[in-house]
Design a protein around this ligand. Structure first.
Ligand code: BGC
Length: 721
């Protein structure tokens, strides 16, 4: 601190202002590229005091920088990990930490200081375009996953950034929309995950969100950034704005938004001025005090003196991509969720597979926007099947290859480049195969695999229409015809869902024999899929988010706000009843519930013991693999609170555990601790644990509760926020 105060005392006012405003979006609008081309932001250096330019880069599925640079023969590829929703499906903290470590090493070795990840907004609605970048509909799972990931990243001597703080749960009009939400829903649902991550993992930075929160931009919201984040939670890093967020840099600094990113907002919005000029003017006119500015600079420097750039770290530009590919594979392997299996999976090694769907070749590795990645390669599903020497219908595969090649040359289906430089491929019709060819394939092969793919991304939400939330007519026709022809031959059909967020499955799932949710697994996708199909990987992922039966069942019916054609305001009418909290409390049956996922083996739960030990609820139980394949099991502890003064959800997730790999017959004894404070509801002023009988529910999913017991809380307990 002394050193920082010393630096501070030597900085001129203008230099201080420069430290709180970025240099402008690097590489665009005439701005020079960052030292690390493709990085999303950079700070102003103050060379006379030895303060370097710090580099900030996205994002959750891997470090996003340009893979190549002008006049440079070297390459700067990074690892494409599974998208966050898939990472959360692993429910494995150690794995998240490992992914964080690997990503952190790439951040450091490519000369970046802060990784703009993890993103941790709640899945309020399945159509949010960035749900793939977010972990879960549940704040505990989200907060735990983020904490483990942040620890991993920061163990590498670089910073993480938890974003987007807060209630940025849609892409439609995200830069202006006013999110109206009760303080209770905020604290119990939308803030909770951030609170867990701040307290457990001490992230270097927080990114304030674009949207307004109850009337004020998050980046200009003092209650959010000072009272909640710093005073209540003890956050001691710095807050940066999302890119071009808000409308008033002076208000941002006053509210505790320490750094304004990326700077030069006037380059994208003619109504904005140069932030540096605006802040200098406010200082001169006495509208902003130098103390406020000093506080922001202090917050920033306190963190960045630990960053590689400040230490003059000589980065190699040679991160260990080989070993990180293994981490990406492992993470994906544990994130696959087996949704249906009537005995078709896994295939044995002689099974001859007919693969349908263009997604076998144009496999989606992740979403678009700032969460995109530029890996050395992406193994498509077909490539994975080939590489793993599975027996497959080569003629059918060539038909698909030729079809895709031909269609992509036509004007209608030519890939287009979006504003992020990503090639967007219009969806190809999936029903091009004549029935007789499908019949032929059904005769020739033992089983069919049909790939259904979806992509979404930053800047737009998905739609509750055919081809997006629902299957398109051509996809449905393909599934129907393939199922009919294969079933006629006494053969089975498996659907692979290569998606980043829920789609509708209830109306067609009975047509097929198995459904594997393989998400968007990053560069190792095809290998993971092949290994799951043949049972080299036993699926152990569970859903971090509910798959509703129909879009009309979704509780956040106000999404994406009013007026419909140009939403300015979105009222969170469902309040705390988000995800399973709604489906369970109001008796709405989902297609697949939160926490659901099958395995190729079976697990038995027994010996639940609970005890109150001071302020802690101790829970222990034993899980045994009673099937005949090795596997891992995710168990979840839900608590059902007594009916008291405050309305409460039917049950809430309070703890979870993933076993080690259990061999057939092997058991693991699990010990979990739940601070009693975590059972509290927010009554508008304080956190309250009401007195009464609580039920501990240990389940294989939120609706497959295997063990229960009760305990009594005598006398209400209250906690200040
Ligand atoms: C996104 C952030 C991202 C930033 C920098 C914004 O558009 O919302 O998630 O970190 O851009 O790329």
């Amino acid at each position: 601190m002394e050193r920082i105060d010393e630096i501070l005392s030597q900085l001129t006012t203008e230099e201080k202002v420069k430290l709180v405003v970025g240099v402008g979006l690097p590489g665009l609008f005439g701005n020079p590229h960052s030292r690390v081309a493709g990085a999303a932001g950079e700070t102003h250096p103050i060379p006379r005091l030895g303060i370097p330019a710090f580099v900030l880069a996205d994002g959750p599925a891997g470090l996003r920088i340009n893979p190549t640079r002008e006049n440079d023969e070297n390459t700067y590829y990074t690892t494409a990990f599974p998208v966050e929703i898939m990472l959360a499906s692993t429910w494995n903290r150690d794995l998240l930490e490992e992914v964080g470590k690997a990503m952190g090493e790439e951040v450091r070795e490519y000369g970046v200081d802060v990784l703009l990840a993890p993103a941790m907004n709640i899945h309020r609605n399945p159509l949010c375009g960035r749900n793939f970048e977010y972990y879960s509909e549940d704040p505990v799972l989200s907060g735990e996953m983020a904490s483990a990931f942040v620890k991993g990243v920061q163990s590498q001597g670089v910073g993480a950034c938890i974003k987007h703080f807060v209630a940025n749960n849609q892409e439609t009009n995200r830069m202006v929309v006013d999110t109206i939400v009760s303080e209770r829903a905020l604290r119990e649902i939308y803030l909770k995950g951030f609170e867990i991550a701040v307290k457990k993992a001490r992230p270097w930075t927080v990114m304030s969100a674009y949207n307004k929160l109850n009337g004020k931009y998050c980046s200009q919201n003092e209650w959010l950034l000072k009272k909640v984040l710093r005073e209540e939670w003890g956050f001691d890093g710095f807050v940066m704005s999302d890119w071009y967020a808000g409308d008033n840099p002076v208000e941002q600094l006053k509210a505790g938004n320490d750094m304004i990113m990326p700077g030069k907002a006037y380059q994208v919005n003619t109504e904005r001025r140069d932030e540096i000029e605006e802040i200098m003017e406010a200082l001169k006119e006495g509208k902003l005090s130098e103390e406020v500015l000093d506080e922001c600079v202090r917050n920033i420097l306190k963190v960045l003196v630990n960053a590689p750039s400040f230490k003059g770290y000589r980065y190699s530009n040679k991160p260990d991509l080989e070993s990180h590919a293994e981490v990406a594979y492992k993470a994906g392997a544990e994130g696959v969720v087996l949704l249906e299996n009537n005995g078709v999976l896994p295939f044995d090694e002689n099974t001859h597979v007919a693969v349908f769907g263009t997604g076998q070749i144009e496999t989606i590795k992740g979403g678009t926007g700032s969460g995109d990645t530029h890996p050395r390669y992406t193994i498509s599903i077909l490539e994975g099947i080939k590489e793993r020497n599975m027996k497959f219908d080569e003629e059918l595969a060539s038909t698909y290859e030729e079809y895709i090649k031909k269609m992509r040359e036509t004007e209608e289906y030519k890939p287009r480049t979006d504003s992020w430089g990503t090639a967007i491929k219009p969806k190809l019709p999936e029903n091009f195969l004549p029935e007789k060819e499908i019949k032929k394939a059904a005769k020739k092969n033992d089983v069919a695999v049909v790939v259904i793919s979806r992509i979404s991304g930053e800047g737009y939400d998905r739609k509750p229409v055919k081809g997006d939330f629902y299957l398109s007519d051509d996809e449905l026709e393909l599934i129907k015809t393939v199922s009919k022809e294969f079933h006629d031959q006494g053969k089975k059909v498996v659907v692979l869902l290569n998606i980043g967020s829920p789609i509708e499955v209830a109306s067609w799932r009975d047509l097929v024999d198995g459904i594997l949710l393989v998400w968007q697994a990053g560069q190792e996708m095809g290998r993971i899929v092949a290994d799951v199909l043949v049972g080299k990987i036993n699926p152990s992922g569970k859903l971090p988010t509910t798959f509703p039966k129909d879009y009309s069942d979704v509780p956040s019916w106000t999404f994406p706000g009013e007026p419909k054609d140009n939403p300015q305001r979105v009222v969170y009418e469902e309040d705390i009843y988000v995800g399973y909290r709604y489906y369970d409390t109001f008796g709405v049956e989902p297609a697949y519930e939160f926490g659901y996922g099958l395995s190729y083996t079976k697990f038995e739960y027994k010996d639940l013991k609970i005890a109150i030990d001071g302020d802690i609820l101790r829970v222990s139980y034993t899980i045994t693999n009673t099937g005949n394949r090795a596997g891992k099991e995710v168990s979840q502890v839900y608590i059902k609170a007594p009916k008291g003064k405050i309305d409460k959800p039917f049950q809430e997730l309070k703890a979870f555990h993933k076993t080690k790999l259990l061999n057939p017959g092997e058991s693991e004894k699990i010990f979990l601790e739940i601070p009693l404070r975590d059972l509290a509801s927010f009554d508008g002023k304080e956190w309250v644990v009401e007195s009464g009988e609580y039920e501990v529910r240990v389940g294989a999913s939120s609706r497959d509760i295997r063990l229960r017991d009760i305990f009594l809380v005598e006398g209400e307990k209250r906690f200040k926020p």
